[in-house]
Design a protein around this ligand. Structure first.
Ligand code: M6R
Length: 525
């Protein structure tokens, strides 16, 4: 849940630092820092930090932080330097307390990362690769590391369970948590795998394992906001464009697997809602599970289906690894076909949603819904685009009260769950979803005239939902009905609920692209 960028080459350091930090800022944005021979770090947003930076030497390593160990403070911001060694880190070290106790050192921070710098400094040998190998064998946990050793022109790295990529250009190299951090400079990259370590120096690199250089062929422009006020709004509108590319994926082989097997679906957050959408929409024998709970609930699955836009969500990856240990075969649906999740899968289905920067998943959720329609061979592109347009154009209503509930029955309950998640995620207003039929079993006591209710009334389960709606209205709650034509109601309503959350967040002065305490790619447990 942190962003890393490192550079070795002949470009102006400041330019690469500025671009790279902005590109990975979505991964964590409570603190920022870099090391270029001098340690510079602070709490706050990248833009404010960069205003104070005038010159950056090369090589440098830099970091945007999402705090895990130790609060948000300048001393806990990365990089961390001990002796000659400076480190930036994404991940968490479980045994950092034990390791700290073993070292006789005055710690400058409360982080788990500083111990890595201290160990590397303690065992610093002529052949630094041997040092890295030794130190990472002592670490329990997850890490993507970029390391500078004073007096050595190389940038070293190591990776386990969280993403790290090398960008290899003409006479220059990059280390980053995400491709987009170096795409304007080179489209040649290596996605490091668990256990990899090595170094980059200008256009050269060394990795302990043989890895292939790949070429990125996607659209870099998509990573920029254009004329939209926020990435989220841009991505909401891009839902119109992605329909053909999502349906272009051939699912014939996968369809047969779904028809003939019981499948556990593993996912988190919005992707978990997509799993329920698939269940309500189709007749397949599937069961959605929250990824972080799956290890406790898993029996002996033959097939699992992992849904993750990033392909890097640690909860999902760990659940997949556990299921694989039990012999399960893995199908995955991800926007990143060279992600960690993809590398663990027997079948990888590309989501084809294009790069999504806003922390709130929007067009990737739409692509997950469309995947479900594609799976049941329901591919009316024109009608679906019309439904998206309706969702984009429908007038929004105002949410004014302190309590907000999202309700629906059947597949509309999936919309309710996604509506509540999106709303609370970017407005910070408590919002909960309930199946409309459950209200009378407890939640109804919460309803009064200080309550806003967003009610999804699509065709599935509508007759009974109307009864529940009256029950809520009778308690004085302010009910807003989400009404669209039945044809692809769920698609229109999805776009609508995203706009509702976005609009309300802006009204409250929130930044929908970077909600507090969250990050786009959740690589910590
Ligand atoms: O990359 P993933 O699909 O695995 O991410 C899962 C969740 O972290 C993600 O959907 C999260 O809930 C979104 N921020 C919601 O908008």
């Amino acid at each position: 849940m942190c962003g890393i960028i490192g550079y070795s080459g002949d470009r102006e350091g400041l330019e690469v630092l500025k671009y790279g930090l902005k590109a990975v800022e979505y991964r964590g944005y409570d603190s920022v820092g870099y090391y270029d021979g001098t340690l510079v770090k602070d709490v706050g947003k990248v833009d404010d930090f960069l205003k104070k930076v005038e010159k950056v030497n090369v090589p440098f390593i830099a970091h945007t932080r999402w705090a895990t160990h130790g609060g948000v403070s300048p001393k806990n911001a990365h990089p961390h330097k001990v002796g000659k060694i400076t480190v930036v880190h994404n991940g968490t070290i479980e045994n950092y307390k034990e390791l700290k106790e073993q070292l006789n050192h005055n710690w400058n921070s409360e982080t788990d990362t500083e111990v890595i710098a201290a160990l590397l400094d303690k065992y610093n040998e002529e052949n630094f690769l041997e040092t890295i190998k030794k130190v990472i064998s002592m670490l329990k946990g997850t890490f993507a590391l970029a390391i500078i050793r004073d007096g050595d022109p190389k940038i070293y790295f190591a990776k386990k369970d969280t993403p790290l990529l090398l960008g290899i250009g003409e006479n220059e190299s990059f280390i980053a948590s995400d491709l987009i951090a170096f795409l304007p400079y080179t489209n040649k990259f290596i996605r490091l795998e668990d256990g990899d370590f090595g170094y980059v120096y200008k256009g050269t690199y060394w990795i302990n394992n043989k890895r292939e250089i790949k070429e990125f062929e996607g659209n870099v422009e998509a990573a920029f906001k254009g004329s939209y006020e926020t990435f989220m709004l841009k991505e909401i509108h891009e839902q119109l464009d992605i329909v053909p590319q999502v349906f272009s994926v051939d699912l014939s082989e996968i369809r047969d697997i779904f028809k003939n097997n019981r499948i556990d679906i593993i996912s988190a957050g919005t992707s978990y809602h997509a799993a329920w959408y698939l269940k309500y929409l189709t007749n397949y024998d599937v069961q959605p599970y929250v990824a972080s709970e799956y290890p406790y609930l898993m029996r002996d699955p033959e097939w699992i289906f992992a849904i993750s836009q990033s392909g890097e969500t640690i909860d999902t990856i760990k659940a997949v690894k556990k299921a694989k240990e039990k012999g399960a075969k893995v199908i995955s649906l991800t926007n990143y076909i060279s992600s960690t999740l993809a590398s663990l899968s027997d079948y990888v289905i590309p989501l084809n949603a294009g790069i999504e920067i806003g922390v709130a998943a929007t067009k990737t959720f739409m692509a997950q819904l469309l995947f479900a329609h594609n799976l049941i061979e329901d591919r009316n592109i024109d009608e679906i685009k019309e439904a998206i347009k309706r969702g984009l154009e429908a007038p929004l209503f105002d949410i004014k009260r302190e309590k907000v509930f999202f309700l629906g029955r059947a597949i509309n309950y999936v919309l309710a769950m996604e509506g509540a998640l999106k709303f609370k995620e970017i407005t910070y207003i408590p919002a909960e979803a309930f199946p409309a039929g459950e209200m009378k079993h407890g939640p109804l006591s919460l309803f009064d005239d200080n309550t806003d209710v967003v009610f999804f009334l699509g065709p599935q389960g509508r007759d009974l939902a109307k009864v529940n709606l009256e029950e809520v209205e009778a308690r004085g709650a302010h009910v807003h009905k989400v009404i669209f034509p039945d044809q692809y109601y769920t698609i229109s309503a999805t776009v609508f609920l995203q706009r509702l959350a976005h609009d309300h967040a802006l009204k409250l002065g929130r930044d929908p692209d970077k909600p507090r305490n969250l990050a786009k790619s959740v690589t910590v447990e």
